[in-house]
Design a protein around this ligand. Structure first.
Ligand code: FE2
Length: 332
């Protein structure tokens, strides 16, 4: 397995304002014990913090996700990070865009700026270390020269441990409005889109092809969080690792078109997904990515199995198409 982090230095696009990372997000889940089992099985370092859980990657003290317990699954907050010198200017720009800043929610220890996006999602912008990679991360094929054995024994397969949170895909009632809002406030840029159905956006200071994506739905919600691993073998082993723990439902192995990453999605007990992802396209600082607008057929995957029928169901909408699935509610 490759190193936990791929940090080689801090990259910054001079003279332009924008967030550099999606620092963390907060989600309410119905049962923290079930969440602990799911994310521990996935290969994350799950720590008890107060009344909730923190999701870390092993070898790092960066909290990628915080979880609280509540009635039903709900994406609560997205936190983005800026360089210190950009904090006041970006705050000014947010206010000039007509967005009303608010106090940090009660009980949250934060020096950041807080506001809601047009659909009610709670957003924080704060000063924090750049957690998005500064260059494209290692992709390990594991190929060996002739005369050597490439695989390890199944009985000795190492546990897959993702290196970092790569991105989130969130549902939104209006993709064009989300694009307008997140570009004018946070400086995100379009990487690629498929009409008004889905849009992938990147940060300007060196970023994966997308650190956030927006997909059309009737309401906000989390579709998936994506976790970077070092190669296809780790994606496959991760899928097996989860299946062995009872989490067989999902989608993969496959390869996306927009972003180009290899993937396997595992469905969590609340209907959203955690993605093992490898080799996503990278947009270096200073590079002007040529954004495309693609037909739906070309926007999702190059190859892979058929989509699970509830893959794009928003279980956070008031009236989702189906009931929230349980851990053992049958194979996709
Ligand atoms: Fe993804």
């Amino acid at each position: 397995m490759t190193a936990i982090t791929g940090k080689v230095g801090i990259t910054k696009r001079p003279g332009e304002l924008g967030i550099h990372s999606m620092d963390t997000f907060n989600m309410v889940v119905p049962d923290l014990k079930v969440a602990q089992d799911f994310y521990t099985s996935f290969g994350l370092d799950v720590r008890e913090e107060g009344n909730g859980l923190g999701l870390f990657t092993f070898g790092s003290d960066h909290r990628w996700v915080s979880l609280a317990e509540g009635g039903r699954k709900k994406l609560n907050n997205l936190s983005f990070a800026v360089f210190e010198e950009d904090f006041e200017p970006i705050k000014k720009r947010i206010e000039e865009a007509g967005v009303k800043l608010m106090d940090a929610p009660r009980g949250w220890d934060s020096n950041g700026s807080w506001f809601r996006d047009p659909f009610g999602v709670l957003i924080e912008v704060k000063v924090a270390e750049k957690s998005s990679p500064d260059e494209k991360m290692d992709f390990v094929t594991g190929s060996v020269p002739g005369g050597k054995m490439g695989s390890v024994m199944r009985s000795k397969a190492p546990k897959v441990q993702p290196r970092r949170l790569a991105h989130v895909l969130v549902f939104t009632p209006s993709v064009p409005e989300a694009i307008a809002f997140y570009s004018s406030t946070l400086g995100l840029r379009i990487s690629d889109r498929s009409g008004d159905g889905i849009c992938f956006m990147h940060g300007i200071h060196g970023s994966d092809h997308h650190l956030i994506a927006f997909a059309k739905s009737s309401a906000p919600g989390l579709h998936h969080c994506s976790w970077d691993v070092g190669g296809i073998n780790e994606i496959g082993m991760g899928a097996s690792q989860m299946a062995n723990k009872g989490y067989q439902k999902g989608w993969g192995l496959g390869r996306h078109v927009l972003g180009s990453n290899y993937f396997h999605y595992v469905q969590d007990p609340w209907g959203s997904f955690s993605e093992y992802s490898a080799d996503i396209d990278y947009i270096p600082v200073g590079h002007e990515w040529e954004a495309g607008d693609y037909d739906p057929e070309d926007s999702l995957y190059l190859w892979g199995p058929d989509l699970p029928k509830d893959f794009v169901t928003n279980y956070e909408a008031e009236h989702p198409d189906a009931v929230t699935p349980g851990k053992a509610s049958g194979a996709v």
